[in-house]
Design a protein around this ligand. Structure first.
Ligand code: PXP
Length: 247
């Protein structure tokens, strides 16, 4: 496993599509956002094709694959429908996430330790299609071990509890991420992180030595409303790089 010197930044463009869909039509275009994120130095694009298509739509994924400027991390639920789309389009990576229709966002990690069904078989089918599979999990030792057991080469640690924690609890939440990252390293699993990260919370996570990638969406798209997407992504790249040079 070769780690990048500075964690990669994957820009999640889902909420460009949220704004587009609020009115229908084509504007703002998430694929155009992907090009601007690339211009600003993003290393990858993440997009989640939800079962209910509430933001990203099938045509967005088709276009990101056909003309997108960066490798696509395709976030998807563990369903036959998504497996068929992923194995047809063969994105660079697939991140398997839990999905509930009633949730506002992906509220917790995938239950790998007590997974119903054949998760190992699902991971194997994506892997056989040449796709790098990551599992979006809570930063829990049992989940990291289970990810290893089902053959995932990558885990993405859910940083939501850390980002949402009151100040007094934030360090304890951060330590859960540190410990899970250590366990991933000891098992030879590449470690990514995401959910709820902003200019303040991304730095400490980027400083974790074996952290290879951060996937950030909602905050960046929100910041882009005020500054434009290029300055927002550039600032996040700076925060991530500064965390490593400050080590
Ligand atoms: N990583 C995964 C697996 C996610 O599901 C999400 C949210 O869609 C993110 C990262 C990005 O989270 P946020 O939009 O809070 O930055």
């Amino acid at each position: 496993m070769s780690l990048p010197a500075v964690p990669r930044l994957g820009v999640n463009i889902d909420h460009i599509a949220t704004v587009r869909n609020a009115r229908g039509g084509k504007h703002p275009d998430p694929v155009h956002g992907a090009f601007l994120a690339a211009e600003a130095g993003a290393d990858g694009i993440t997009a989640h094709l939800r079962e209910d298509r509430r933001h990203i739509r099938d045509a967005d994924i088709e276009r990101l694959m056909a003309e997108g400027p960066l490798p696509l991390n395709f976030e998807m639920a563990v369903t036959d429908e998504m497996l068929a789309i992923a194995t047809r389009l063969r994105p660079h990576a697939c991140c398997l996430v839990p999905e509930k229709r009633e949730e506002v966002t992906t509220e917790g990690g995938l239950e790998v330790a007590h997974a119903a069904g054949d998760l190992a078989g699902f991971v194997a089918k994506l892997t056989e299609a040449g796709i790098r599979v990551s599992l979006f999990i809570d930063p829990e030792p049992a989940q990291v071990e289970a990810a290893h057991r089902v053959g995932a080469p990558v885990v993405e640690l859910h940083t939501g509890a850390y980002c949402d924690a009151p100040d007094a609890e934030r360090d304890a939440q951060f330590q859960r991420i540190v410990q899970a990252a250590k366990m991933a390293e000891s098992l030879g699993i590449e470690c990514h992180a995401g959910h709820g990260l902003d200019f303040t919370t991304a730095g400490p996570v980027a400083a974790i030595p074996n952290m290879a990638e951060l996937n950030i969406g909602h905050f960046l798209i929100g910041a882009a409303i005020f500054t434009g997407i290029i300055p927002a992504v550039q600032e996040m790249k700076r925060v991530i790089a500064a965390a490593r040079t400050a080590e």
